[in-house]
Design a protein. Structure first.
Length: 183
């Protein structure tokens, strides 16, 4: 009896066993903590974001609203080219509707890039796919202020106080250069 055939058979099984081991390793669940939630904002917003936020805060204050940096994660549905864009999330204080009123300020490299991002968001929201990620009665505000692109929305049907939420969105709609979303 020769040992050589057994060695050849073992050598032939080696790559097969490696493939099986790799396949099973891919089936191991990853703990939820390994996939962090998107950050609410940066510790200190860059100048473009802080300038837009300061001006927007003044506009909201003048209209009788509070405007704060969001204290919980929020990420709206957005087109692929906005996914990696740095942003800071703020929230209009709506006492009867504390889970809404988010305003996302995206930081662009310059005003032309901010306009490009706004056009992309506008086209995404006007597309069939972009609209499926929001209630059918959603109203949007896409604005450019310097090197920042701002986004907010509300749904009259989903809001606990539709009149107040509409007033808050109108403040954003009149802020900066508008990119109207036509449905």
């Amino acid at each position: 009896m020769s040992v050589v055939p057994h060695i050849r058979r073992s050598a032939a099984l080696g790559p097969f066993l490696v493939v099986i081991a790799v396949a099973f390793a891919g089936c191991v669940p990853v703990p939820a903590a390994a996939t962090p939630a998107p950050a609410v904002s940066q510790a200190a917003p860059p100048a473009a974001v802080s300038q837009a936020a300061s001006a927007l805060e003044a506009a909201y204050r003048q209209a009788g609203f509070g405007f704060i940096e969001a204290n919980q994660p929020y990420r709206p549905s957005e087109p692929p080219d906005l996914i990696a864009v740095p942003r800071t999330v703020y929230q209009v204080v709506l006492p009867k509707d504390p889970g809404s009123g988010y305003v996302v300020i995206y930081r662009a490299t310059d005003p032309a890039r901010a306009q490009s991002l706004a056009t992309s968001m506008q086209q995404y929201l006007q597309s069939g796919f972009g609209q499926t990620n929001f209630p059918t009665d959603a109203q949007f505000a896409v604005e450019v202020y310097g090197s920042a692109m701002l986004f907010g929305w509300y749904s009259p049907g989903a809001s606990a106080d539709p009149a107040t939420a509409a007033s808050a969105l109108r403040v954003l709609e009149r802020f900066g250069q508008a990119f109207p979303v036509v449905r």
